[in-house]
Design a protein around this ligand. Structure first.
Ligand SMILES: Nc1nc2c(c(=O)[nH]1)N[C@H]1C(S)=C(S)[C@@H](COP(=O)(O)O)O[C@H]1N2
Ligand SMILES: [Mo]
Length: 389
């Protein structure tokens, strides 16, 4: 599913997401190139699919932006220098509070390449349609995240024996008392996973303002909802957290494929967790044209929740024939894995291109979309229609 720059609204370029009511303005925000705007209060921006063809790392100025609370992001003055502090308190023996400069001085700095993807990436493509941000597939990106291990910081605060969960709060605040603050929680075993970082840099630069400057949580393999931006309060809990953004929000049907019959409600739900397997064709937009009789190089990306990609296959004939793709350099098990295929399109006419990835656990992508009422975890085999001319 590509999208296309389609025209103009009041002098602004527009982008056509491939579903009804999918026309969006391309708008430029601080530190960003023009991106597909979903909402302006708060700013929510999606990355055009063609950006993912530039390489396996998504440039900071093209990285998508998601917020929940209308007043977000916090003002720069609240985030800069010593004004900003991160605290760790609750069920610990030694509570901490420090600036970001102190944090990176005190703890070992490490780096991980990982995909950040919104739970609702591709929600606009759900049929029947569901409510929530109507995004195409551009609410994802892959970056090199640098920071300190959450586990190191937790251990230095001396966890109490009864410590069960850790909650994370950013500096963005609800606009009115009725709106719940955006707080997310990890179970203790997840919080102690050495891959989870308190990140200060993205692709070798300080985090962009809209992507969480000066500090954000990075939970490789897990949906973006846990990747709290402008992170300033960490609380160790000895009982189960109750709060809107953990329940009822961001929950999926308690079923191996997180789906229910279209239009129905799940009987039991659990918090959303790891990514399922996805792949995308990035080299060709929807409606693109290729030359008959010439070999065409088709390129794309694939990723999963951390097992790593084992195989990508490509079909140009509705799945009758599949051709193995060549995988690019392994960026580590949490990153975008590049793939390429040389395709001989044959005679003139329309072709529907499919890519399908399988991870190292043997998990793959369905040919028919799976449905759930919140529009989460889309991972159907996506198609791109091209014309051979
Ligand atoms: N402080 C704060 N952090 C947040 C959010 C938010 O609303 N406020 N949204 C989360 C969600 S749902 C997603 S998908 C990711 C998106 O990260 P990005 O904006 O850097 O792309 O941020 C997460 N972190
Ligand atoms: Mo999200």
């Amino acid at each position: 599913m590509g999208g296309l720059i389609s025209g103009r609204i009041q002098g602004k370029e527009t982008y056509d997401l491939p579903f009804e009511n999918g026309v969006r303005e391309l708008v430029q925000y601080p530190q960003k190139r023009p991106l597909i705007r979903l909402t302006s209060r708060p700013p929510q921006l999606e990355t055009p699919m063609a950006v993912f063809n530039e390489g396996v790392l998504t440039p900071n100025d093209a990285f998508f932006v998601r917020y929940h609370l209308a007043g977000s992001p916090p003002s720069k003055a609240m985030l800069e220098g010593d004004a900003f502090r991160v605290s760790l308190a609750g069920a610990v023996g030694k509570p901490l509070e420090m600036t970001v400069a102190e944090l990176v001085r005190r703890f070992e700095v490490v780096e991980v390449t990982a995909v950040n993807q919104c739970s609702g990436n591709g929600r606009g493509l759900f049929l029947p349609r569901v409510s929530g941000g109507q995004m195409g597939n551009g609410a994802m990106g892959c970056a090199r995240w640098k920071g300190v291990r959450l586990a190191d910081v937790l251990k230095s605060a001396e966890l109490s024996a009864g410590a069960r969960q850790v909650s994370f709060d950013g500096l963005d605040r609800p606009p009115t008392p009725g709106v719940p603050d955006f707080v997310k929680v990890l179970e203790m075993d997840q919080a102690l996973d050495p891959d989870v970082l308190l990140a200060v840099e993205m692709n070798g630069e300080p985090l962009p303002w809209l992507n969480g400057f000066p500090l954000r949580l990075v939970v490789p393999g897990h949906y973006g909802t846990y990747w709290i931006k402008h992170l300033h309060r960490i609380t160790v809990l000895d009982s189960e957290y109750k709060g809107y953004w953990m329940d009822p929000a961001y929950r999926i049907p308690d079923d191996p494929c997180a789906h229910v019959a279209p239009g129905t409600k799940p009987r039991r739900t659990i918090p959303i967790g790891r990514f399922n397997v996805r792949s995308f064709i990035t080299s060709h937009p929807e409606g693109g044209v290729v030359r008959a009789g010439e070999m065409v190089r088709v390129r794309g990306i694939a990723f999963d929740g951390g097992a790593g990609i084992r195989e990508v296959t490509f079909s140009a004939d509705g799945g009758r024939n599949w051709q193995g793709a060549e995988l690019g350099r392994d960026p580590g098990r949490f990153g975008f894995r590049e793939w390429t295929v040389d395709w001989q399109p044959g005679g003139k006419g329309e072709r529907v291109l499919w890519a399908k990835a399988t991870n190292r656990l043997g998990e793959s992508q369905p040919l028919e979309p799976l449905w759930n009422p919140a529009g989460y975890m889309r991972n159907v085999v996506e198609s791109v229609k091209v014309r051979v001319a």
